[in-house]
Ligand binder design. Structure first.
Ligand code: GRF
Length: 299
């Protein structure tokens, strides 16, 4: 059971012990405070006492565990935990703007698939961003390279992954069946190096986006990935570069531009130093752009 809790909450052993202590002490404090308050008001133990006691417990418990969590060093865990419960109970508004609850009978959660072939630093940021999201879930990682770092991230994050083969992707059904099986609503490319077949684009119209580490329409197209992009930007003595989020079409880095952010290219920049600046922009903006687009879809 402890092992399962550690995985679920992504904490180590000592932290789990502190969390359990906080729950125990916070719970006891809540019970004690509830009983004391009711006695102070002279309420006798009858059905009204029970009802008031339950109400008091519900109101006091979050306060008690938050207070106890401070000396135990678990404040941020409990803040998140209580927010999550509050969101589920509908008493805490989601911090996300734009994503509204859907009419009953429709799907409440939008499932995202991340397509990635590499290290997966963007995938990690997207997963982190949507971990406790009320209406968006990263439900699948799709990868064409069994050695890719992104697959390790998927395992660590408990997200199912799908390794795809070229033949089936381009000449089969583009794994549409598998994506539908996982109820994927929206596809996010994050370092995925293959083109997207028309079949898949038609199955997800306006629902597949990509991020490119330059200001498109410049420095895009076949072969323009990773350091090739930054080398070209530096070689052309550009004063600025940036990132572009765009819809996918049948050509490389070509679909309609959704969002761009810029950064300077410095005199002494190398492809590495520029890549770092660009990556920081990607990590900062991409998850929020995805959230905004999904929000529009579900409105
Ligand atoms: C990013 O620079 C992205 O713009 C491009 O591929 C890279 C992926 O990096 N499409 P990572 O695997 O997310 O670290």
């Amino acid at each position: 059971m402890f092992q399962r809790l550690r995985q679920k909450w992504k904490v180590n052993g000592p932290q789990l012990a502190l969390i359990i202590c906080t729950f125990a002490i916070g719970g006891s404090l809540t019970g004690y405070a509830g009983r004391t308050l009711l006695n102070e008001f002279g309420i006798h133990q009858n059905w009204l006492w029970v009802v008031l006691y339950i109400l008091l417990i519900i109101m006091l418990w979050p306060l008690a565990v938050i207070l106890v969590s401070i000396p135990f060093g678990q404040f941020s865990f409990f803040l998140k935990y209580i927010r999550k419960i509050g969101k589920r109970a509908g008493v805490v508004r989601s911090r996300e703007s734009g994503v509204r609850s859907q009419p009953s009978g429709t799907k409440l959660t939008t499932h995202i698939a991340i397509f990635a072939s590499g290290a997966g630093s963007n995938a990690q940021k997207i997963i982190d961003y949507f971990r406790d999201h009320s209406s968006i879930k990263v439900a699948l990682v799709v990868c064409n390279n069994p050695e890719a770092g992104v697959l390790k991230i998927a395992v660590r994050e408990n997200i199912p992954s799908l390794i795809i083969e070229k033949e089936k992707f381009f000449r089969g059904n583009a794994y549409i069946g598998k994506l539908k099986e996982k109820q994927i609503d929206f596809i996010v490319l994050a370092g995925f190096l293959w083109k997207i077949p028309s079949l898949l684009i038609k199955a997800y119209p306006g629902k597949i986006i990509n991020i490119h580490p330059a200001l498109l329409p410049n420095y895009g197209g076949k072969g323009m990935f990773g350091h090739h992009v930054h080398d070209a930007v530096i070689a052309n003595k550009e004063k600025e570069s940036g990132i572009t989020v765009h819809y996918i079409d049948e050509l490389y880095d070509h679909g309609q531009i959704i969002f761009q952010a810029r950064c300077p290219v410095l005199e002494n920049d190398t492809a590495d130093s520029l890549a770092q600046r660009i990556q920081a922009l990607e990590h900062y903006h991409y998850p929020a752009v995805i959230e905004g687009l999904v929000g529009k879809l579900t409105r």
